[in-house]
Design a protein around this ligand. Structure first.
Ligand SMILES: C[S@@+](CC[C@H](N)C(=O)[O-])C[C@H]1O[C@@H](n2cnc3c(N)ncnc32)[C@H](O)[C@@H]1O
Length: 333
């Protein structure tokens, strides 16, 4: 049987994790399909082939499901009605709210840096214009502004992008594992001083702040990533600090916890990063690494790690990260 995933926003059932469930294809009829997509908050699938997407039986009333000889069927005109996503008001924020948000972000800066504030003002509108609020990932309790399949930039060529390498506009599998683990393990961040190195959209830092870390810094050498992280922190009603300094090779003074989400994608960089992380860990810092199996996290390196958790990636992340179906959270020994 081919692998199928439930397309409902925030539902992670799949034929791998829940083989006992039936999965019903989106209706071929455009009008019915549009009703389904609205109910499951997946209007981004409007122009996708309906035969490629399914909704699991957990979202249908028992009365709508008929036992068939081989597999269950749905009564005509059934609609998904159970366990559907609640879209929060702030998830539909528009570009016009960007200036308000940036003012709030600036107030969270300990020592406002003028150049940084100017950059923040300039990029916030762009970020709002080209991203949407998304909860279609492993941590639906966090809303993040991302480029998703519903955004025109999703299919844009590199030269058409208004940002250079917008890594922050995607929620990488490694970062998803890091944030998921933090949100599931309440005490792990309590009273910690946390730095999220290569924070991208800032989800790791935001999860740590939500779980009552004492101090949280979202760090990325890309200043637009730190701006996006601030915006996302504000959307999730937590306060974080940001920095675009390169901390790699430093003692990371002032921090006792280091988060790394999906940074083992480059062999040369992985060498540098891993040795540095080991030195931090042997100096007593807790180092958590989220990674879906990138080549930089070699077998030899994994011997120095403890596997804390493994997660199936939601369908949209599998599509985004060709080949990766799972992601893991590791801790340096
Ligand atoms: C693959 S993305 C991962 C983003 C995020 N952690 C996640 O999992 O969604 C890697 C990020 O690392 C950042 N980066 C690369 N080198 C860095 C460095 N020396 N210090 C801090 N960030 C760095 C990039 O700008 C990029 O945002």
């Amino acid at each position: 049987m081919p692998r199928v995933y439930c397309a409902v926003y925030g539902c992670f059932n799949s034929s791998i994790t829940n083989p006992e469930l039936s999965y019903f294809r989106l209706p071929a009829d455009a009008e019915r399909r549009s009703k389904w997509l609205h109910l499951i908050s997946r209007e981004d699938l409007t122009n996708k082939p309906p035969q490629c997407y399914t909704v699991c039986e957990a979202h249908f009333d028992d009365m709508d499901i008929l036992a068939g000889t081989h597999r269950k069927k749905l009564k005509n005109n059934s609609l998904p009605s159970l366990c559907l996503p609640i879209i929060q008001k702030k998830d539909v924020q528009t570009e016009t709210e960007a200036p308000k948000l940036v003012e709030k972000c600036i107030q969270t800066e300990d020592t406002p840096r003028l150049v940084y504030i100017k950059m923040l003002k300039d990029v916030t509108s762009l970020i709002f214009k080209h991203t949407v609020c998304s909860r279609s990932h492993l941590t639906p309790e966090l809303v993040l502004r991302l480029i998703t399949p519903s955004c025109p930039l999703w299919k844009a060529r590199e030269e058409e992008l208004p940002f250079k390498d917008p890594f922050w506009a995607f929620y990488w599998p490694g970062g998803q594992a890091t944030a998921r683990y933090i949100l599931d393990n309440k005490i792990i961040m309590a009273n910690r001083r946390v730095i999220d190195i290569g924070c991208g959209c800032g989800a790791g830092a935001i999860a740590a702040a939500k779980m009552k870390a004492e101090f949280v810094m979202a760090n990325d050498v890309d200043e637009i990533a730190t701006a996006a992280s601030l915006i996302n922190a504000e959307l999730n009603e937590v306060s974080i600090q940001t920095s675009s300094e390169n901390f790699i090779g430093t003692q990371c003074e002032g921090f006792d916890t280091v988060l790394i989400g999906d940074m083992f994608y480059d062999e040369e960089f992985a060498n540098l990063l891993f040795d540095w992380l080991r030195s931090l860990s042997s100096g007593g810092k807790m180092v958590l690494i989220g990674d879906p199996g990138r080549h930089g996290l070699t077998e030899k390196r994994r011997k120095h790690l403890i596997l804390l958790a493994k997660y199936d990636l939601p369908q949209v992340s599998c599509i985004e990260n060709h080949g990766f179906m799972e992601t893991s959270l590791w801790k340096l020994k």
